[in-house]
Design a protein around this ligand. Structure first.
Ligand SMILES: Cc1cc2nc3c(=O)[nH]c(=O)nc-3n(C[C@H](O)[C@H](O)[C@H](O)COP(=O)(O)OP(=O)(O)OC[C@H]3O[C@@H](n4cnc5c(N)ncnc54)[C@H](O)[C@@H]3O)c2cc1C
Length: 515
């Protein structure tokens, strides 16, 4: 007999789920427990090359208080119903708002959106999970606070809690977001509320000032995991600098990436370039200025010759390095000389600043993101091919020139085998870079969707065989990526899961962790 639900949680009968839904409604009210196909549509949409049916939720719960969440976990334990928590739910290309497994109940915290504290002197914020970057951006303006956020490219529509819990990145000097997280409140699976580090001291005023507290540092276990539901999140803000100088450096050959990285590493390590600069391939920026169909007809990957033509037609480099300087005019002037001397030596680099490019969209969106601005133009990636398919492949790479070429050659070879393009960039940390590839495919084309799945699978296998691990992945490939790491890591993760969530009700499958 067909169920009245879109899906049911694994191993849960309809009668048991009826009872759970009734109890959820008792806690949240009728209207905040969603079960109809229409209501659940936003939680069922994915961009991954797998059927939406794999990730269809059974219900969505719109909670607004810690007490409600404590009651919800009580109901879930009683009926063995699994919940998948989202904060602002914009994990696009990593699974969106849909749960990892069919039938999980989405716990959507976007309505829990109070900005609890912003300290303009100590430069920190404490927020609820549903707070968006845009809300904070407006709040700073309204209060005339000279504070900057660090945001991922979806900026306005995403939020600091979900982004940081998935260990996302931004592009300012505070761009490694978890490095700048400070203090969490977490509802545990047994309903207890944990405040991490200094938050454990009743009268402490240093919860958002000192990360480590006393004893083991616990915050890390609540990121990319399923050990708790974060209900308050503290993080640090950058004081707005007096001078901000974004710049773009273009190079015209793929192999130039070696030189770029060798120059950038010492500048990043010494702090001359203080932010996570980006080395973007022309194809990563192409959607801002062109359509794929202008350069490719028929199946197969775009040719190197067409990429060169594209770059020339639209005043782009094959590599486009964006970074920025922050500080007083004197500091920026000195550092700009160091940067131009270093990159200028070989004669291959073309330097461009705001004055040179005017309202060029490529420079414009990068410059906005490097100051934590609200700018959604990176979504033009999806105009390049069209068809709505996207998967982020995100291997970690040493900040070493030779490594970049090796990783790039591996990725290009595999992508070409499946007729896909190298839409890649390196986000430059200090000793590591996130090598980010947006694997774009047409989700309306079943053959290409199948190829995209196989391609992603092969990327994971080939990269891990060379010792290159992903820093993050989408919900369709979490087990596969987890399998590339040491089994002892997985068994420790499982031991923690058994101890903290013995009924396995919190996001089973997240990062490959389940009972
Ligand atoms: C064009 C484009 C560009 C992008 N650029 C970037 C980028 O520059 N940097 C980047 O990092 N990402 C980027 N992304 C990926 C993604 O969109 C962002 O990381 C986004 O911030 C994640 O969505 P969110 O903030 O709404 O988090 P959510 O979707 O709310 O949460 C992300 C995950 O964290 C966990 N989680 C969330 N809330 C809780 C909670 N309260 N308790 C426990 N666990 C929780 C869940 O597993 C959830 O799936 C990009 C995506 C696109 C489409």
């Amino acid at each position: 007999m067909a169920s009245k639900y879109l899906a049911l949680p694994k191993g849960v009968s309809e009668a048991t789920f009826d009872a759970a839904v009734k109890e959820f409604r008792g806690v949240l009210g009728e209207t905040h427990v969603l079960t109809s196909a229409e209501q659940l549509a936003p939680y069922a949409k994915v961009m991954m090359p797998v059927p939406e049916a794999n990730h269809t939720p059974s219900a969505a719960l719109l909670a607004t208080t810690v007490e409600q969440i404590q009651k919800i976990v009580g109901i879930c334990n009683k009926h063995k119903v699994p919940i998948w928590t989202i904060s602002t739910g914009k994990n696009l290309g990593y699974g969106s708002a849909a749960p990892a497994e069919r039938g999980q109940v989405v716990l959507d915290l976007h309505r829990m959106n109070r900005i609890l504290e912003v300290d303009p002197d100590l430069c920190y914020a404490l927020v609820e999970p549903g707070v968006t970057y845009k809300q904070l951006y407006d709040y700073f303006k309204e209060h005339n606070y000279a504070l900057w956020l660090s945001v991922p490219a979806p900026s306005a529509i995403a939020g600091p809690t979900g982004n940081t819990l998935d260990r996302g990145v931004g592009y300012t000097p505070y761009g490694e977001h978890f490095m700048n997280a400070c203090g969490m409140e977490v509802v545990l699976a047994n309903g207890e509320v944990l405040r991490t580090a200094m938050g454990g001291l009743p009268k402490s005023n240093t919860w958002q000032c000192f990360k480590w507290g006393y004893g083991p540092y616990l915050d890390g276990i609540f990121t990319q995991s399923n050990y708790g539901i974060v209900t308050k999140f503290g993080f640090w803000l950058q004081p707005a600098p007096p001078v901000y100088k974004p710049f773009l450096i273009q190079y015209q050959h793929e192999e130039d990436v070696v030189e770029i990285v060798e120059i950038m590493r010492p500048l990043r390590l010494s702090g001359v370039i203080p932010n996570s600069g980006v080395i973007a391939h022309a194809l990563y920026e192409a959607g801002l200025k062109a359509k794929r169909s202008d350069y490719v007809s028929g199946p197969g990957s775009i040719s190197d010759e067409a990429v060169r033509r594209l770059a020339k037609d639209h005043n782009m480099g094959i590599w486009n390095v964006t970074a920025a300087l922050y500080g007083t005019k004197e500091q920026v002037d000195v550092n700009w000389k160091i940067v131009t001397d270093a990159f200028g030596k070989s004669g291959k680099a073309k330097f461009l600043t705001q004055e040179d490019v005017g309202d060029d969209p490529q420079f414009g969106y990068r410059a906005a993101l490097m100051r934590g601005g609200m700018d959604l133009r990176e979504f033009n990636l999806y105009n390049w091919r069209g068809g709505g398919g996207s998967l982020w492949f995100a291997p970690v790479c040493q900040t070493r020139g030779s490594e970049t070429l090796k990783q790039m050659a591996m990725a290009k070879r595999i992508l070409t085998k499946y007729g896909l393009d190298y839409t890649g960039e390196f986000i430059v940390g200090m000793r590591d870079m996130h090598h980010i590839l947006d694997m774009l495919f047409d989700r309306t084309d079943p053959e290409m969707t199948k190829a995209a799945y196989q391609c992603f699978d092969e990327l994971i296998a080939t990269f891990s065989a060379e010792g290159y691990g992903s820093y993050r992945t989408n919900t369709a490939f979490m087990d596969k990526v987890a399998d590339t790491y040491d089994p002892i890591q997985r068994s420790v993760n499982r031991t923690l899961k058994q101890a903290l969530d013995p009924n396995g009700i919190l996001a089973p499958g997240k990062s490959g962790i389940r009972l």
